[in-house]
Design a protein around this ligand. Structure first.
Ligand SMILES: C[S@@+](CC[C@H](N)C(=O)[O-])C[C@H]1O[C@@H](n2cnc3c(N)ncnc32)[C@H](O)[C@@H]1O
Length: 402
C-alpha cells in the first residue's frame, strides 16, 4: 500500500504526496501568485521579512554578529596569543591541535566569543523558525503552488539523502534536509551571516561574473552543485541568458525554495534534488560546472567523488569552478600553526562545521590532476576567512582537456 503523508509528517519525506510525484513540469505562475506570501513587499529581489518585529530582530542579530566577528574575535585572538606565549609558543608556531585547544578552551574571553557566536546562531534560527512553522499551512501552500509553476522545472527524489548530509551544520535546526522550510531559514539566516551585504545576491552575481568561459566560447548548459536557495543559479542565468541552467542540492526543501524563488523572479532555471557526487546527468553534458562553499560541508570521500563527477559531466574544454576548493588546505603557509588551530577549532566546534577536519586534510590538488583537470589559475592564499571570498573568488578552476 502506498504511504500517504500528511503535510505535517513530511520531515523525512519532504514534499509529501507532491514530492512523491517527483517531477514538476512548468505550468502557469498564476496559481503561485495567488498564494504568494509577501505581506511587506520586496526590497529588490528579496522578499522582506513578513513582520516588522522579525525585521527589527534581524537588524539586532546582524549588529550582534558584526560585534562578535569584529571586537570580540579580536579580543579572543589577542587572548589566545597571550595564552600561547605563556606556553612559550608564538601564534605562527607549528604545534599540535590538541595542545592548542587544551590551552585555550576554558579561557573566559575565548569562551565568551565561542558561546556568543553559538547562542546568536541558535537564537536567530529559532526566531526565523517561529515565523515559518508558526504559519506552516500558509508557507507550505505557497511552496506547493510553486512546485508545478514555471518557468523552469523542479525534480524531487525523496529518500536519497545519505546520513552525512543530515547534520545540523551551523546549528540550523533540521539541517539542509530535515526541515521543510530549510530553504527559507537558510536564505534569511545567511543574509544575516553576510552582514547585510548579499540582500540582492551581490556575492553570487560577482561569483557568476567571475567564471571563465570555455576557450571556444560555447556556454549552452551550466550546472551549479550544492545550490541551496539557487542564488548562483539565477545569477548564472542572468549572465548567460541563452544557456540552460540547472541547480542541484541534496536538500529537497532547498531546491523547492530555490524553485519558488526563481518562479517569483520569473527566471527560467531548473532544479534537481540530487547528490553532487551522483548527479544523474549524462557524460559530457555541461559546458560549465560551478559550486560555492560546498566542499567544506561534505565528507572527504564525497568531496573527491564530486570532483570526479564534475569531470564526468563536463564536455571536453568545459570549465569546473568550485569556490572553496584550494589547491590544498595543507599547503597553506599557516597550516598547523597555533592560531590556525584556534580558528579551525572555532569553526568546527562552535559553528558546527561537521566535516571541517575532512576538508582541511583533503588533497584537492592531487585529485584535480588525477581525474584529468588542468589547473588554470591556482588559488592564491586567501587573507581572512578562506571560504568567503569578498570581491571575487580565490579558487582553482579546472579546464577539462580537449
Ligand atoms: C553552504 S551551502 C552552499 C551555499 C550555496 N552554494 C549558495 O550559493 O549559497 C551547502 C549546500 O550544499 C548542499 N549539499 C551538501 N552536501 C551535498 C551533496 N553531497 N550534494 C549536493 N548538495 C549537497 C547542502 O544541502 C547545502 O544546501
Amino acid at each position: 500500500m502506498s504511504k500517504v503523508f500528511s503535510r505535517r509528517s513530511i520531515m523525512n519525506a519532504i514534499g509529501g504526496t507532491a514530492a512523491a510525484a517527483g517531477f514538476f513540469r512548468p505550468g502557469t505562475a498564476v496559481a503561485k501568485l495567488k498564494k504568494d506570501i509577501e505581506p511587506r513587499g520586496s526590497n529588490g529581489t528579496l522578499e522582506r521579512l513578513p513582520t516588522l518585529d522579525l525585521d527589527s530582530y534581524d537588524d539586532f542579530s546582524t549588529a550582534t554578529r558584526i560585534w562578535i566577528n569584529g571586537d570580540l574575535t579580536r579580543a579572543s585572538e589577542q587572548r589566545a596569543a597571550e595564552i600561547l606565549k605563556s606556553h612559550g609558543v608564538k601564534p605562527t608556531d607549528k604545534v599540535s591541535f590538541e595542545d592548542t585547544v587544551r590551552w585555550v578552551a576554558d579561557d573566559p574571553i575565548i569562551a565568551l566569543r565561542s558561546a556568543s557566536w553559538q547562542r546568536l546562531q541558535w537564537h536567530m534560527w529559532q526566531e526565523l523558525r517561529r515565523e515559518f512553522h508558526g504559519n506552516f499551512d500558509a508557507y507550505m501552500s505557497e511552496l506547493e503552488a510553486a512546485d508545478a509553476s514555471g518557468p523552469g522545472v523542479l525534480e524531487l527524489n525523496p529518500g536519497i539523502e545519505p546520513e552525512y548530509t543530515k547534520h545540523e551544520i551551523h546549528m540550523q535546526p533540521g539541517g539542509y534536509t530535515g526541515d521543510p522550510f530549510a530553504g527559507h531559514l537558510y536564505h534569511y539566516g545567511t543574509n544575516n551571516f553576510y552582514n547585510g551585504t548579499n540582500h540582492q545576491d551581490q556575492r553570487h552575481t560577482a561569483l557568476a561574473g567571475a567564471v571563465p568561459v570555455p576557450a571556444d566560447g560555447k556556454v549552452r548548459r551550466i550546472l551549479d552543485m550544492g545550490c541551496s536557495c539557487g542564488q548562483q543559479v539565477t545569477a548564472l542565468k542572468q549572465r548567460f541568458p541563452d544557456a540552460e541552467v540547472w541547480g542541484i542540492d541534496i536538500g529537497a526543501p532547498m531546491v523547492r525554495y530555490a524553485h519558488m524563488r526563481a518562479v517569483d523572479l520569473g527566471i527560467d532555471v531548473n532544479f534537481r534534488h540530487a547528490l553532487a557526487e551522483q548527479t544523474g546527468f549524462p557524460d559530457g553534458h555541461f559546458d560549465m560546472v560551478t559550486s560555492y562553499i560546498l566542499h567544506h560541508e561534505v565528507t572527504a570521500a564525497a568531496s573527491l567523488q564530486i570532483v570526479k563527477e564534475a569531470h564526468r559531466i563536463l564536455r571536453p574544454g568545459g570549465v569546473f569552478y568550485p569556490v572553496d576548493i584550494y589547491p590544498s588546505p595543507t599547503n597553506r603557509s599557516d597550516h598547523g600553526t597555533a592560531i590556525r588551530h584556534v580558528r579551525d577549532w572555532m569553526t568546527h566546534r562552535w559553528n558546527h562545521e561537521r566535516w571541517w577536519n575532512d576538508y582541511l586534510t583533503t588533497d584537492y590538488i592531487g585529485e584535480i590532476a588525477r581525474v584529468g583537470f588542468t589547473l588554470q589559475d591556482a588559488a592564491r592564499e586567501g587573507v581572512g576567512y578562506p571560504m568567503v571570498a569578498p570581491g571575487g573568488p580565490r579558487n582553482p578552476l579546472g579546464i577539462k582537456p580537449v
